[in-house]
Design a protein around this ligand. Structure first.
Ligand code: ZN
Length: 113
């Protein structure tokens, strides 16, 4: 079930940082990150509803919900969000990277850290 999580809007989010193609933790800057839950927000431009598919390695859920009731970080289209844990600083599943459609561009940003 989709819930409206406290994800930051893309304009306020932190750009993702790569070093030699390796993703860096937004909290500590190290590169010992492990991905977990993946959430896909599939939505046509300005559609009132969004198809949300979430998988965490054990279960997969999908539903169609009013966009405003979900955690979709894109104001007009869709997104893919990936939860991460960091071995170095102990951020355990609290990090969330988003690939967001935003005004004709695709942003790669941390929407929770
Ligand atoms: Zn870290």
């Amino acid at each position: 079930m989709a819930t409206a999580e406290s994800l930051r809007p893309p304009a306020e989010a932190r750009p993702a940082t790569l070093s030699d193609g390796i993703l860096r933790c937004p909290a500590c800057g190290e590169d010992y990150l492990h991905h977990g839950r993946v959430t896909v927000y599939s939505r046509s431009e300005d559609a009132e509803t969004v198809r949300v598919i979430t998988t965490d390695g054990k279960t997969t859920m999908q539903e169609t919900s009013p966009n405003r009731e979900t955690g979709n970080p894109s104001s007009r289209r869709g997104a893919v969000c990936i939860a991460f844990s960091c071995e170095t600083c102990g951020a355990d599943g609290h990090l969330e990277l988003a690939i967001v459609q935003h005004r004709g561009s695709t942003w790669l940003r941390w929407v929770r850290w």
